[in-house]
Every structure is written in C-alpha cells, then in structure tokens.
Design a protein around this ligand. Structure first.
Ligand code: NDP
Length: 282
C-alpha cells in the first residue's frame, strides 16, 4: 500500500509558521489582514469562503468578508476592489471564483493590486512566475510543492506529468515543477494516448475534475500521485484518482479529502503574510 501524503499534517506545519510570523509582526505593531469577496450564493464557494475565514482567525490574520448580491455589477465589484487596494489594514485581496456569468473574471483579477494579489492570478504575478522571479505563488500548485518537499520527494530530474492545463492549477503547476528541474509534460482533453504518457510519470498530478479518472493502469509502479480533483459522487467528496486501486501501485498518494485541499488554504495564509511583510518594508 502507498504511503499517504497527509495534507492536513503538512498544512498544520505551514499554519504554525504563519501564526508565529503573524505574532512577530503584531509585536512590531503590524497587523495582517485578508479581504475575501464573494459574489452570489454558490454553496461550494460559500463553504470555501467560510473555511478561509476560519483559517485566518486560527492564525491571527484578520479577515474582512464582503458578500455581494448575485446581481452585483462588474463596476460595483471593481469599485470595491479599488477601495480595498488602498486600505492599509488589508494586505491581501481574494475574489472567490467562479463569478456570475455577467462579470468578466479577467477584468476583476486585473483590478486587484498585484501587491495584494494573494491568489497570484494577476497577469503581472503570472508573468513573474513564468520567469521565476515571483512574490506570490499560486496556492494550489505551491501547496503541492510544499507536500513534496515535506516528504523529501525529489523533483529534479523526475518525469512529471500534469493532467489539466487551467490557469489556476495545471499551467502554474507545470511551471513550478519546471522551476524545480522536473521534466514536465502537460496533458489535456486533446491529448492522444494519455495512458502511455501518464505511465511515464514519476510524479503524476491530476487536476481534471472527474471522479474515477485516474485508474491503476495509468500509473507507473512506484510513482508519486497527487490528486487535485474535488468531485462529489453520491454526496461524497472524492478526487480524480481511484484511490483504492491506485494506492496498490503508487509509492505515495494524496487522499481526498485531506490531501491538496488543506494546502491551498495554508498557502493563501502564507501569501497574505508575505504581502503584509512586503507592504511594510520587511
Ligand atoms: P478546469 O475545468 O479549469 O480544468 C480541467 C482540465 O482537465 C482542463 O485542462 C481539461 O482539458 C482537462 N481534461 C478534461 N477532460 C480531460 C480528459 N478526458 N483527458 C485529459 N484532460 C482532461 O479545472 P481546474 O483546473 O480549475 O480544477 C481541476 C480540479 O481541481 C477540479 O476538480 C477542481 O475542483 C479542483 N481544484 C482543487 C483545488 C484544491 O484546493 N484541492 C483547487 C482548485 C481546483 P482542456 O483544457 O483541453 O479542456
């Protein structure tokens, strides 16, 4: 059976470091604050926002919550972001995605000050990640690197296969693995012979969003398997990976829940502290 890569344990260690840094900044008279904006009442988004708020409170970060009506206009949302951009007590701004269809997500992301863009979705932060000179790393891929480091899993020289090429997971994941000298292949819905490619992976990251997508025959024996997917099947939370069968083949595997998910929030808190330090010349 595979070793379980326990995201709860790794995230607790990141959060403990965050809490110590928040405390140290407080002792210097610097508070740390994160503004979270939610538009509409999507049930999954509401849960994510509530979890982020709870995690902020647990580490001493002040959370400011803004809930806008489903019908709020793009101009209203951007105007709120502009106010928060110049609010000193707010070090990080996060606008929960997805936004309602009438709002242009890219325009909203572009309105967030790059210095407060703790999701690292702003085009200027994305560009910095591309050239390897970054302030913030996108939370989910950065959390995955943190898990690999925590368990002493070497990336350099390894064949890394990422399934999924979204802007928030697949693409930045590939870039971070490349920065760490992995040999990276990115797969997507038009990839031909997916199984042949995934079977070359020493490190396989699945970010597809389909339950049961990664089966044991797609995995090289001894591989490290990272399951980013969050899916609901019969009301139960599950990832992309058929956990039972894959864990008989893989060396190590992240579970769902309790794998990548907790890391995303921990890295958000870490980015918020980084933002507070930068904004205060630390
Ligand atoms: P997207 O829907 O934006 O991207 C899914 C990707 O999967 C696309 O690139 C798509 O390819 C690819 N794909 C779909 N079908 C296939 C297929 N048959 N073969 C190969 N590739 C395929 O999703 P996200 O990247 O936003 O999220 C992925 C999953 O991760 C979701 O379940 C999401 O909920 C979860 N997630 C989890 C987080 C966490 O903290 N654990 C954080 C963020 C997301 P193409 O581009 O060609 O369409």
């Amino acid at each position: 059976m595979s070793r379980i890569l326990d995201g709860k344990e790794v995230s607790a260690s990141v959060k403990a470091k965050v809490a110590a840094e928040v405390e140290a900044l407080k002792n210097e008279g610097i508070g740390v604050g994160l503004a979270v904006i939610l538009v509409g009442d999507d049930p999954a988004s509401k849960i994510y926002v509530a979890n982020k708020k709870k995690a902020c409170e647990a580490t001493g970060i002040k959370s400011f919550e803004y809930i806008l009506d489903e019908n709020a206009t793009e101009a209203e949302l951007i105007s709120l972001i502009e106010t928060l951009n110049s609010e000193k007590s707010v070090n990080g701004i996060l606008c929960q995605l997805p936004l309602p269809g009438h709002i242009n997500e890219q325009a909203v992301i572009a309105a967030i000050s790059p210095n407060k863009d703790v999701d690292a979705f702003h085009i200027s932060n994305v560009g910095k990640i591309m050239i390897g000179n970054f302030d913030f790393l996108p939370c989910t891929p950065a959390g995955i690197i943190e898990i690999l480091d925590y368990y002493g899993i070497e990336i350099a020289g390894k064949n890394c296969v990422v399934i999924g090429r979204s802007n928030i997971v697949g693409k930045p994941m590939a870039m971070l693995l490349l920065h760490r000298s992995g040999t990276v292949t990115v797969c997507h819905s038009k990839t031909v012979n997916l199984k042949e490619i995934t079977r070359t992976a020493d490190i396989l990251v699945s970010a597809v969003g389909k339950a049961g997508f990664v089966t044991a025959d797609m995995v090289k024996p001894g591989a490290v398997v990272i399951d980013v997917g969050i899916n609901r099947e019969n009301g139960k939370l599950c990832g992309d990976v058929c956990f039972d069968e894959v864990s008989r083949v893989a060396d190590s595997i992240t579970p769902v829940p309790g794998g990548v998910g907790p890391m995303t929030i921990a890295m958000l808190l870490k980015n918020t502290v980084t933002a507070a330090k930068r904004q205060n010349g630390r």
